[in-house]
Design a protein around this ligand. Sequence first.
Ligand code: AMP
Ligand code: ZN
Ligand code: FE
Ligand code: FE
Length: 285
Amino acid sequence: MERIDLHTHSHHSDGTQSVYALVREAAQEGLTAIALTDHDTTDGWDEAREAAGMDGIAVIPGIEVTCQRGEVSVHILAYLVNPSPTTRLARMIASTRDARDMRARRIVERLSADYPITWEDVAAQVAGEDTVVGRPHIADALVAAGVLQNRSQAFESILAKGSPYYIPTSSMDPLEAIAAIHEAGGVSVVAHGLAKTRRGSLSLDEIEELCAAGLDGLEVAHREHDSVSRTRLAALATAYDAVITGGSDYHGAGKPNRLGENTTAPAQFRALHERALSEVEVFGT
Ligand code: AMP
Ligand code: ZN
Ligand code: FE
Ligand code: FE
């Protein structure tokens, strides 16, 4: 039986483990395929290509693209895009990475007025040179300094939206992301579109606008969606002939989410795969 988790993170962004470890764990959890969807980077794809096939696990190359609509942060999952650095998508996520870096430094500057934390402390928590920095790494530095117990506590307090230390990442509108993903031959899926624990998500009408613009799918099965949200999103997907997906949004030890806690039906994944136009194939198959 196929079990496919379409949303995971490694230490190429804010997950806590390597892609190898992720693949090994996927096998232990009885999965058959995972998508690697690190924030705003394809840096983990080479490792994914090597690790795929181990224990029979297929890896679908992906990106979780940070977008912004006004004050609201929107995440679009991109799968099977051409990873060439010359695409519009690649240029857009490169500038988001720069914006993330600048914003993280500014958050740390604000924090340093009240807490024992420097940019060097944050840098020490980041796995590699090309790792995409986010609030989780700042949380890790605060944990290392003994200010907090874990990432979740940081996200509920000093790093939460609405905290005086919080600064958003400036990035593209979701409509631009969808167009750029299509231009790169890939498929686009709105991640946790109606997440209730994130302050500020798009309205259902705004998500419908993305569907009308050619969005390929909606992530329905996600731990931050209650049954009402799932029903609404599934109905929207059906109305627009979009694919219904599910994923764990696994971050290793950094978040309570368990790998494989939400999955995508094999037929839905095949429908998504068929919509991709690039030459990029699933790794390890
Ligand atoms: P940022 O992208 O820098 O604004 O940070 C937000 C990201 O932190 C989200 O996309 C989550 O993927 C991630 N994250 C990791 N661990 C946690 C946690 N314990 N609570 C909330 N978000 C988390
Ligand atoms: Zn994350
Ligand atoms: Fe997300
Ligand atoms: Fe995610």
